[in-house]
Design a protein around this ligand. Structure first.
Ligand code: SF4
Ligand code: SF4
Length: 196
């Protein structure tokens, strides 16, 4: 997730989070049509679509500063494996049980990650940075999951993430162009710092 410290080396893109939510709302219907396009009319195989997603992600991420945004750390509840619970408890000098009772609640039954943060914003977000960065859970390391395979089968989750994550929003916009999706009208983009 949001991982302010996670992506600390990226360049500056000041993100207006009210703007991103509004833009995502205006694009939601089109994003749902794009989803249908990917499933039924796009002539690329899923693994080739993944390659396009990875390319777009690299480009967009290079211009994004997660330390400015940190929105996922404020809006999402990361999940934890048992091993991660023990590791982070140790880091914080807490007993496992005390850590669970203080910060966590059960996540979905049968999940590999049986715990998730109880509250938002994440209690480990301090001054817009992750205070347990080196020990943050894999769920945080992987967010927003754009480098995972099978994008075409995960589009609903991605459309939901356009409301909170500027990187996902921009990657979706790049993909529509790169994959030849026919659009109606001009599409709004996120304004960057100094270009307002
Ligand atoms: S919401 Fe997206 S852009 Fe913002 S910190 Fe999280 S991963 Fe980075
Ligand atoms: S542990 Fe919390 S603050 Fe750290 S990256 Fe994950 S969500 Fe963000």
């Amino acid at each position: 997730m949001g991982h302010p410290a996670r992506f600390i080396t990226f360049n500056i893109m000041a993100v207006d989070l009210v703007q991103i939510r509004k833009l995502a709302e205006t694009q939601e219907e089109e994003n749902l049509r794009f989803r249908q396009f990917l499933k039924t009319r796009c002539n690329l195989e899923p693994d080739k679509i993944d390659e396009r997603v990875f390319e777009a992600t690299r480009r967009v991420w290079a211009g994004t500063d997660c330390t400015v945004c940190a929105n996922c750390c404020r809006e999402m509840k990361p999940t934890f494996s048992e091993e991660e619970v023990c590791r982070i408890a140790r880091r914080l000098g807490m007993e496992r049980q005390q850590f669970v009772e203080t910060h966590l609640e059960p996540s979905d039954a049968g999940s590999e990650n049986p715990w998730r943060c109880r509250a938002t914003p994440c209690p480990f977000l301090k001054n817009n940075l992750c205070s347990i960065y080196e020990d943050r859970p894999a769920d945080c390391r992987g967010y927003p999951y754009l480098y995972e395979r099978d994008f075409v089968f995960r589009t609903m989750g991605m459309i939901e993430r356009t409301f909170t994550c500027p990187i996902v929003y921009e990657v979706m916009e790049e993909l529509k162009k790169s994959l030849g999706f026919l659009r109606t009208g001009s599409q709004p983009r996120i304004k960057k710092a100094g270009k307002r």
